[in-house]
Design a binder for this molecule. Structure first.
Ligand SMILES: [Zn+2]
Ligand SMILES: [Zn+2]
Length: 347
């Protein structure tokens, strides 16, 4: 069968490898769709300590179970499932206490465990026991189901930031996660919604996800100024920075209201360290926090929200590629022309 192997940083090659063998406590999944994530591109260019080449990336996955080990009774061939990325180890202090995103090992599919950029993959015992493996309803397509993974991370981010009905929110960075946040802001009953993006083109793409939000292009307006002006100088209850830039994080602190929350959702990559005036936090009594990944329970919620149309999965899918076109898929993703790029090994 074919697999896209990350041979080393900057080198991904599609190769024929041996068919996976199903252990007694494992299942084999035929990968139908695997969406490209910004983190796949970062690993491709810069590596990641949890990815040891040769490795198979891809963690936004959906597919069909084609074989089950003899000790597996809860899944059967033909089942359609979606996978999340983060797999709690199940036994460390954090996992034992329901905080699997803080697991001291931090297993993830497409990282330590071979991911979805291949025709068939093994779901090992740890994934099956503790990980996010969610059955998908017939009406939900594989492409849409694959993006339940980033959606689950968005849900975790809003949950930890205490989002609730009536709160105002500002989303900085309108890539796929930012657009998901826009749709979720409606589901959570946000009052006023601000959405910030540098490029006008991307901003226009995002507008269709929530027409009534106040969109701010940083090419034209100062987002801190606009948010303060339009909230009577108070600022917003919650700021989520899906764009991992120092500027986004600084702006977030400038526009959060007293006692509000700032979720530094997007990690800073290849950027200078954030230097903040801690007196802002001191005097605002605001909560500056982060979130990372998601729990299996968030993945289930995400699949349900895609199935019931709360989040319109089809709107995110910009282009599909076969596995042999993995480099083209990465290039397309990096061009930032669209939102989600899907790799389909069956194409
Ligand atoms: Zn991802
Ligand atoms: Zn753990």
């Amino acid at each position: 069968m074919k697999a896209a192997i990350l041979e080393q940083i900057g080198d991904i090659t599609v190769k024929t490898i041996s068919e996976p063998v199903c252990g007694n406590n494992e299942v084999i999944l035929k990968v139908e769709s695997c969406a490209v994530c910004g983190s796949d591109i970062r690993i491709f260019h810069y590596g990641n300590e949890r990815v040891k080449p040769p490795a198979i990336m891809g963690h936004e996955i959906s597919g069909t179970i084609i074989e089950t080990g003899k000790n597996i009774s809860h899944l059967k061939p033909g089942d359609r499932v979606a996978l999340g990325a983060d797999v709690p180890c199940g036994t460390c202090y954090w996992c034992s206490n329901g905080m699997g995103t803080n697991c001291s090992i931090n297993y993830a599919i497409g990282y330590q465990f071979a991911g979805g950029f291949q025709e068939k993959m093994v779901l090992n015992e740890t994934i099956l026991k503790y990980g996010p493996v969610t059955r998908i309803p017939d009406k939900l397509g594989f492409d849409e189901a694959s993006i339940a993974e980033p959606l689950a991370c968005a849900i975790n981010g809003l949950e930890l930031a205490q989002m609730s009905i009536g709160k105002s929110i500002c989303i900085i960075g309108l890539g796929p996660i930012g657009c998901m946040m826009l749709e979720l802001s409606r589901a959570y009953g946000a009052s006023k919604v601000f959405a910030v993006q540098r490029s006008k083109k991307r901003l226009e793409m995002a507008r269709t996800f929530r027409e009534d939000a106040r969109f701010i292009s940083t090419e034209e307006e100062n987002p801190v100024q606009v948010v303060l002006e339009e909230t009577g100088g108070e600022g917003v209850d919650l700021v989520i920075t899906t764009a991992g830039t120092v500027k986004a994080h600084e702006d977030a602190l400038g526009m959060v209201r007293h006692r509000g929350y700032v979720n530094l959702f997007g990690g800073l990559k290849n950027q200078p360290k954030l230097c903040i005036d801690s007196n802002i936090i001191h005097y605002k009594e605001c909560f500056v926090m982060g979130s990372h990944g998601s729990l299996p329970r968030h993945h289930k919620i995400a699949v349900d929200m895609l199935a019931n149309g709360t989040v319109r999965g089809e709107k995110y899918i910009s282009k599909r590629f076969g596995l042999s076109e993995i480099k083209e898929a990465f290039d397309y993703h990096e061009s930032r022309c669209g939102l989600k790029t899907i790799v389909k090994p069956g194409l």
